[in-house]
Design a protein around this ligand. Sequence first.
Ligand code: 1PZ
Length: 214
Amino acid sequence: MADGADAFCLREVLVAFTACLGEQREVRVDPYLAGWKGLIRFLNTLGTVFSFISKDAVTKIQILENYRNSDQREKYLTVQSMVEYELANGLVDLKKRSEHPDSGCRTFLRLHRALRWLQMFLEGLRTGEEDSKTSVICSEAYNASLANYHPWIIRKAATVAFYVLPTRNTFLENMNVGTADEAVAMLGDALPFICKVYDITEELYAQHKLLDLP
Ligand code: 1PZ
């Protein structure tokens, strides 16, 4: 595991997702992206078999960061303001990707679906037996969430990559928050926030009928 400023730390990632939640149930985009960036750093330490996953995630994070660095940055402060702004200005392809292939709404939706995987995966790690296989926890979470949106070839590649994951306790220890037990305790504290962020976004997207954006 790499040391230094760039080393992954689970605490930072969980703090970022916790910081997403505003007082008015708004979901802030910057800490959401910071959370994913932290996770990608960790993914990159697990081996090159995961590169195709991190590349796609990085592309999506970049698209949203570009909106946050554009003249319209204020509109992309929260998921709520992004949805409102893009819909009101016809910036979302609703049926087919054409004029706006990389809308904030469709891009965020991909990360939102991945957040469901993350939630189930971390919950699986948290409640798993000491020597359980991370690959099994990971593929169960994947099959129950993201896999439903991926074509066969990606499902196959993902499933193959999962095999290289270390056992649960090694995985937890690699997260740099102390012992496996300490990591489990931290997950227990943070998971409710991740669930909340997921639920609020899901509700917002459902309300606006955006859950199937192409
Ligand atoms: C710890 C092990 C990590 C396992 C990660 C499990 C997630 C598997 C995701 C496989 C994604 C494969 C690559 C590209 C897929 C894209 O086609 C889709 C849809 O985007 P579109 O084609 O519509 O533009 N992209 C996604 O579903 C977003 C996936 C983001 C995954 C981020 C995972 C980060 C994991 C960090 C774990 C520490």
